[in-house]
Structure formats: C-alpha cells, structure tokens
Write a protein that binds this ligand. Structure first.
Ligand code: C2E
Ligand code: CA
Ligand code: CA
Ligand code: CA
Length: 267
C-alpha cells in the first residue's frame, strides 16, 4: 500500500485485479479495522545477552486483512491523532489482558505519547493490571512535555509491578535529564546507535558509557535492532543485559511464535 495525500491510502483488495483496486482513506481503513477486528499483535522476542535465552516479548501492532499486513509505519501516526485512539486502546487492553494471562513470559506494550499523557488511560491501566508480567515502552520524546507528571505516573506503574522501558533511548534531546528524573527499569538503546557500534568508534564509546551509566543507576539496558553477528558480539561485550533484533528474531505472528517457543505457554 502506498500513501497518497494527507490521510489518503491506497487499499488493494485481495484479488488484486485492477478493477478490484479500491482507494479508500486511511481513516476508513482504521474504522474498518476496529469494526472487523483486523488489528493483531506480532511478537518480537528479546533475549538475555549472556546466554541468548528468551527474556520477554514486545507486542507490535499490525493490521491484517485478506492476507495483507499493514505495518505501524503506515498507520500509527495517523491513528494516534485520530478519534480512533480510545477504541484502539480498548482493543489493546483486551488483547494484552488475554495474552498476559496465557503467556508465561513478560510482555511489553508500546504506548503512544498521547495515551501516556491522558490520565484516563493511565488510571485504566493501573486499575486493570497488577501482578501481570507487563512492561510499558514509552519513547523518550514523550517526556519532554511534563517530566513531573511522567515521573509520578512511572512511580505508580512500578508500584503496581508494571515495568517501564524507555524506548528509542538516545534519540531525544536530553536523555541525561530523564535518567536523572525518572526511575525506569530498562532503557532500549536505539537501533541507530547499534548500527554504528561496529564501524564507528564514537558510537561504540557512547553506547559503552550509556550502558555503564544505566547500570550505575540500577537500570537495565537492551540493544535494539541487532542485525549482524558483529553487532551482537560487540553489544555483548559492552555489557547490555538484553538484545533484540532481526538477527535473533523478527516480530512473529502468535501461532508461529508459540510453535517456535513452546516455553511461552508451558515453562
Ligand atoms: P519501536 O517500538 O521502536 O519498535 C521496533 C521496530 O523496529 C519494530 O517495527 C520492529 O519490527 C523493528 N525492528 C526490530 N528489530 C529490527 C532490526 O533488527 N532491524 C530493523 N531494521 N528493524 C527492526 P514495527 O513493528 O514496524 O513498529 C514500528 C513502530 O511503531 C514501533 O517502533 C513503535 O513505535 C510503533 N508501534 C508498534 N506497535 C505499536 C502499538 O501497539 N502501539 C503504539 N502506540 N505504537 C506501536
Ligand atoms: Ca518499542
Ligand atoms: Ca525502539
Ligand atoms: Ca522506534
């Protein structure tokens, strides 16, 4: 699918005959996706760096219709600004609740800045979940608005046993002040840094210090977007707690996930 103008979206029917090709708006796609339950989570595992054992799963949303899969880059920005966000959150709550009950490994969920900033969402989350093995991934850029609020919410989430990950760490503007103000569990060092660790000494040095700094503050670290053996080798040496990326595993549909990692249900 290709994006046209603002909010416009080319939507191809499964038959793919030219005349069956419809152009509907992204708005319509989302509306239908909610109506017909086309949203699904794929799950990308992450692993302990020391022995590459499965440590948890990241839930990544997709729209699945007629055998076609839409990735979040095609709809998530629009969705987050649209009137569909509450309904999407609703779906997400239900889905995660069910999976958290069934899966015996930690699950992390990406939360948009809009959701995180809404008291209603946060209260709902706090009331609904407690004791489940859940983490929230919040991107660093979200906190810029109100660090006091963020810090308060994070404390309450952690008080409920929900872990907090800072996503895309290093891509915002004042990573250090976040580490100072926010008591989080894990930082996910952005893929753009991990890509540089093999060839760019400067990136490698920077990442090394981030990992050390985090550890000193009692925060765990995860290297995201590990794509090559060389990168894996280096991030292990740099002392990351966790690794994630296509080299280790791609985001998988639930069925494939469970057949490849049966320990998710048994253990
Ligand atoms: P993110 O949270 O930083 O997720 C990581 C993205 O990088 C995922 O893309 C994943 O498939 C991809 N990735 C993982 N390993 C590698 C790798 O080794 N190489 C490369 N090139 N890419 C890798 P995805 O699933 O398309 O998600 C994109 C973004 O959409 C996510 O970035 C997240 O910000 C957002 N997103 C995904 N699911 C949700 C959701 O349920 N809610 C919200 N609010 N946002 C979501
Ligand atoms: Ca994430
Ligand atoms: Ca990320
Ligand atoms: Ca990202």
């Amino acid at each position: 699918a290709k994006r046209g103008g603002a909010g416009e979206f080319r939507f191809f029917a499964s038959h793919m005959e030219l005349k069956a090709q419809e152009i509907i708006s992204l708005d319509q796609l989302l509306e239908k996706a909610l109506e017909n339950r086309w949203f699904v989570f794929f799950y990308q595992p992450y692993f302990r760096a020391e022995d590459l054992r499965l440590a948890g799963l990241e839930a990544l949303v997709r729209i699945k219709v007629d055998g076609k899969i839409y990735n979040p880059s095609e709809f998530i920005d629009y969705l987050e600004k649209s009137r569909f966000l509450p309904k999407f959150e609703e779906w997400m709550f239900e889905e995660i609740e069910e999976k958290a009950r069934r899966f015996r490994v930690p699950i992390s969920v990406n939360v948009s800045g809009r959701s995180f900033s809404r008291r209603g969402f946060v209260e709902r989350f706090l009331n609904k979940f407690s004791g489940e093995d859940l983490s929230l991934e919040i991107t660093e850029r979200v906190f810029i608005e109100d660090v006091g609020y963020a810090s308060d919410v994070i404390k309450r989430l952690r008080g409920r046993g929900i872990r907090v990950f800072i996503d895309d760490f290093g891509t915002g503007y004042c990573a250090l002040s976040y580490l100072r103000e926010l008591a989080v569990d894990v930082i996910k060092v952005d893929r753009s840094f991990i890509q540089g660790v093999v060839e760019k000494k400067r990136d490698r040095d920077l990442v090394e210090v981030i990992v050390l700094l985090a550890r000193r503050l009692g925060i765990e670290s995860l290297a995201e977007g590990v794509e090559t053996e060389e990168q894996l080798d280096i991030v292990k040496k740099l002392g990351f707690n966790y690794v994630q990326g296509f080299l280790l595993e791609k985001p998988l549909p639930e069925e494939e996930l469970l057949s490849k990692y049966p320990e998710i249900l048994s253990k």
